[in-house]
Structures are given as structure tokens and as C-alpha cells.
Design a protein around this ligand. Structure first.
Ligand code: ADP
Ligand code: LRH
Length: 496
């Protein structure tokens, strides 16, 4: 039986999961899990936040070692978070640890970029949301660095890890679509945007970009020397969200929305073609590329990062921070007592999130959440409100009639959040699979190897047959959520 190995790196943890297809079902097994702990390192007079890529590589190698010893694997695919990259020297060696997208180096950079290229022109080509951390802005921010000047190549993080496994350098398109450098219509690098970046940076940065491949491409066999045999390295939906969306068990994509719920919450619909209207740009909805020729039309909503980062603060203070306890206590706090704009940039950088929430509550004249339960509830209510707004925006701008919301990722295990999402949106929520990203990764490998025919619909049939979905119906009074939304709009500066 063919065994596929998925390397799935999230912002807080990484895992190696093996899987086999049996009678239309995917049997998956987690063989390794390891922490992903970013580090601050002095550089240019600042403490720069970087990914500890070599620690992650050790975790991956340990995991693939276990997979090899427990029966072996025939293919491997890598997915990670988006936008970040490693710079390479002429030998293909990595120049320094990749900078974390939450590092502050891009503050004010989008404005500099758009001084020479109107944002509307950029969106008409790339269809990409403006987030300060998009690859294009990170490159512009660092154009003067010695490492950038020395680089002869660049690989996004999953492509870099795939190159370490296979020796083959390529950019897989689902992740390339998060860079702000891709023409989302033709699924190829935009010469126009590349030239603008080069002019703004005063350096030829676009020449660092490698050739593009679609998800499902076999890059080549594993390099010799690992001792794991000659498994094929496959470019999967290397953007974790693309793998997650591939595994959303939508029976009717035309009437379904999804929330990929983890460190971030990615709220959107699947479309056959991008929406690049001015209204879409102003709402900052992004068109990211999906598996099998699709477009992921979605909004980034700050996700469970707010909770995991709060837990980190509480643990450092020696307070209770176990998830089951927090969620049980939060369930008893009244709905929408205090709500915040979860996408306010003040919540983006690592640090004391509960203190920032208290400050936001004070500044808007709301009750200050005074214990861990109240802070947890404030985060979950505010996330549900943000989902409601994002869902309406993507549905309106795409013309989709959304009748059900699928939630995949670790957040699908958060029962309180699933219920609040159903209540706030007034729509049924179907929760699961929690390991959707790894399942999407594994099943694209099965498709690439010819073990699964029929592309995305076939992948989703396998996910549906392999997962027990939990259904949450809206309860309570949707007017409470209308009121909370109006309150939040009145209290805060409206954010697109
Ligand atoms: P990422 O890949 O972005 O790191 P995951 O999809 O692994 O994210 O989701 C991680 C989040 O899922 C955690 O921050 C946590 O809030 C939530 N989560 C995981 N397991 C559970 C659980 N058993 N109950 C509630 N929430 C959970
Ligand atoms: C989620 C994710 C998301 C990106 C962000 C940088 O892990 O890939 O889709 O916007 O990280």
C-alpha cells in the first residue's frame, strides 16, 4: 500500500503525518509533533524576529526518520505558513534564518511601494490583499541588507524545505500567490509588478524568483544520503491554507464558505476565477490560488493567535492557562460583554495581548475583561463577530449564496467558538477535520502519484468519508450580534 508523508508547519507547531488510502478513506497517523518557537536575534540595531528554521528541519528529519522506520513512505510533501522566504547564495545555501512575518520591519513599507504604483493597478494584476508582511513588502524593506545584495535566489519556506529534500528549486503557485508578485489570472510572475519592485528597491530583486509549478507536480526523488529510500518529493498546496481548503469537505462549493481556523482564521469561498474589482480591493479581500485551478477568495482574520499568545502571557505569570479550563470558564461569561476589533494592528506583534485588550476596552468605554475567562470570552466573541463580517463581505463581493460554513483546523475543536460562529452568522457550522491541512497535503500527493483520480472533488469525497463532522446550529438571538456589531463599528475606526 502506498504511504504518503505530510510535513505540515504551522506558526506554533509542526507535524509529520503519514497516510494511506484504503477503500476510499484516508488512514492518517501523526508520527511527530514539535514546537515552532521563533527567536529574536540582533540585526541592524534591532531585535529581529526570525524562524528557527534549523530546529524545524531537525523536527522534520526526526519525523521522517520515524516514518521510514515504521514501514517507510513513498512520497513526501511540505506545506507551511505563507509569505516568508529564505535567501540563497550561488551554491544554493541558505543565507540566514528567514525573518518572521510578525517582525516589525515592514511598517510603513506598503505606503512606500504604492507611491510609485497605484494600489488599484497592483490589485488588478495580483488580486492580493495588502498586509504589511506580504513578500513584496518584506523584500522592499530589506533591499539594502548585505544578505539581500549577496543573494542569487529566493525560496518561500515550504519550497526551501522541498529543495532541501529533493535538490529541486521551484515556487509552488498557491504560496506564490501570497507574495504580491504574482499575476493571479495567468498564474505566473507579474513582470510589471516585478519591475516596479526593482525600481523602488534600486536592485534587481525580481530576478531572485524561481520558476513556478502547480500543486501536484512531482519535483523529483529524495536526495541521497537521508537513508529514507527514494520517495518522490511532491509540490503539494504548499501554502498551508491551500492544503486546508483542498480538504474542506464541501459537497456544494457554490453554497459553502470555509473558515480555516488556526493561528489565523482564513474566511472565504472557493471560486473558478479571481474577483479583482475596486470594491474587492477596498474591502481588502485576497485572491489566493488553490489546488486544481481554483481561487481562494478570502479574508485574513486574526485567529486563535490572540488566545495562544494570551496563554503564553498567563503561563509566564504563573496563571492557569490550559485550553479546556479557559474554554469551560469562558462559556459562563455573558455574550459580547466586551468586543474588540481583532484585526487592529496593535494585536499583531508578539507580547502581552491581555494588556492590549484591556487597553482597547478602556479606550472604547467597555467593561475591562478582568480575569482569564473574561479575556478568553472577549477573544472568542470578537472572532465570531469578525467571521460574520468577513463572510458577508466575501459572499457579497463574489455573489455567492452561502448556506453553510465549514470550519477546519485546530479551531474546529473549539466547541464554544463553533457555536458562537453559528450564532453570529446565523448559519449552520460543520466542524472538521481538525487536521485538514495535513489531509489536503496527503491527498494531493495521492493525486500526483495517480492513486486518486478526479482532482478536488475526489479529494473532498475521501475527506468526507474519513471524517466525522460535527454540526452546530445557530441558537439564541441574532439581534444580540447585530447590536454588538453596531457597537463595535461605532466604537472603533472601521477597518476594511
Ligand atoms: P496552526 O497550524 O496555524 O499552528 P492549528 O490548525 O494547529 O494551527 O490550530 C491551533 C489552534 O487550535 C490552537 O491555537 C488552539 O487554540 C486550537 N485547538 C487545538 N486543539 C484544540 C482543542 N482540543 N480544543 C480547542 N481548541 C483547540
Ligand atoms: C496561515 C497563513 C495565512 C497567511 C499567514 C501569513 O498559517 O499561511 O494563510 O496569511 O499564515
Amino acid at each position: 500500500m502506498t504511504t504518503y508523508a505530510a510535513v505540515d508547519l504551522g506558526a506554533t507547531s509542526g507535524r509529520v503525518i503519514t497516510g494511506q488510502l484504503s477503500r476510499g478513506r484516508l488512514m492518517a497517523d501523526e508520527v511527530a509533533r514539535f514546537d515552532n518557537t521563533p527567536v529574536r536575534v540582533p540585526h541592524g540595531g534591532r531585535q529581529v524576529l526570525r524562524w528557527d528554521l534549523l530546529a524545524l528541519w531537525s523536527g522534520i528529519c526526526r519525523g521522517l526518520d520515524v516514518a521510514h522506520r515504521s514501514g517507510g513512505f513513498d512520497s513526501v510533501g511540505v506545506d507551511t505558513w505563507a509569505v516568508d522566504y529564505g535567501l540563497l547564495d550561488a551554491d544554493g545555501a541558505l543565507l540566514g534564518n528567514p525573518v518572521h512575518y510578525r517582525d516589525e520591519r515592514t511598517s510603513g513599507v506598503p505606503e512606500r511601494f504604492f507611491a510609485g504604483l497605484p494600489a488599484s493597478e497592483h490589485y488588478a494584476v495580483t488580486g492580493a490583499q495588502v498586509q504589511p508582511f506580504n513578500t513584496v513588502f518584506q523584500l522592499l524593506a530589506s533591499a539594502g541588507d548585505a544578505q539581500v545584495r549577496a543573494a542569487t535566489g529566493l525560496l518561500l519556506v515550504p519550497d526551501l524545505l522541498s529543495a532541501w529534500l529533493s535538490g529541486v528549486q521551484a515556487a509552488e503557485v498557491t504560496n506564490a500567490s501570497t507574495t504580491g508578485l504574482l499575476d493571479v489570472g495567468s498564474r505566473s510572475w507579474s513582470r510589471q509588478v516585478g519591475q516596479h519592485l526593482d525600481a523602488a528597491a534600486g536592485a534587481s530583486l525580481s530576478s531572485l524568483l524561481p520558476r513556478l509549478v502547480e500543486p501536484g507536480t512531482v519535483l523529483g526523488p529524495l536526495l541521497e544520503g537521508f537513508g529514507w529510500g527514494d520517495a518522490k518529493v511532491v509540490a503539494v498546496g504548499s501554502h498551508d491554507t491551500a492544503s486546508a481548503v483542498a480538504a474542506v469537505p464541501m459537497s456544494e462549493p457554490a453554497h459553502a464558505a470555509y473558515i480555516s481556523s488556526g493561528t489565523w482564521s482564513l474566511v472565504g469561498v472557493e471560486l473558478p476565477a479571481p474577483v479583482r474589482t475596486e470594491a474587492s480591493r477596498i474591502a481588502n479581500v485576497t485572491n489566493e490560488l488553490g489546488v486544481d485551478g481554483t481561487v481562494r477568495y478570502l479574508k485574513n482574520v486574526a485567529g486563535l493567535w490572540l488566545l495562544s499568545e494570551s496563554q503564553r502571557t498567563w503561563r509566564a505569570e504563573g496563571r492557569t492557562a490550559s485550553l479546556p479550563e479557559l474554554l469551560a470558564a469562558a462559556a459562563d461569561v455573558p455574550t459580547c460583554r466586551t468586543v474588540i476589533d481583532v484585526d487592529d494592528p496593535v494585536f499583531a506583534a508578539p507580547g502581552d495581548i491581555p494588556a492590549r485588550i484591556a487597553e482597547a476596552a478602556r479606550a472604547t468605554g467597555q467593561a475591562v475583561p478582568d480575569d482569564v475567562a473574561a479575556v478568553t470570552r472577549c477573544i472568542l466573541d470578537s472572532l465570531a463577530l469578525a467571521y460574520r463580517r468577513a463572510l458577508r463581505t466575501v459572499a457579497d463581493l463574489s455573489g455567492r449564496d452561502v448556506r453553510v460554513v465549514h470550519v477546519v483546523g485546530g479551531g474546529s475543536r473549539n466547541e464554544l467558538l463553533c457555536q458562537l460562529t453559528a450564532d453570529a452568522t446565523g448559519l449552520p457550522v460543520l466542524a472538521g477535520p481538525a487536521e485538514g491541512t495535513a489531509m489536503g497535503n496527503l491527498l494531493v500527493q495521492a493525486w500526483a502519484l495517480g492513486d486518486l483520480e478526479g482532482g478536488l472533488p475526489a479529494i473532498r469525497e475521501v475527506v468526507a468519508a474519513s471524517t466525522e463532522l460535527v454540526r452546530w446550529e445557530p441558537t439564541g438571538d441574532v439581534r444580540a450580534w447585530d447590536q454588538a456589531e453596531n457597537r463595535l463599528r461605532d466604537l472603533t475606526v472601521a477597518r476594511p
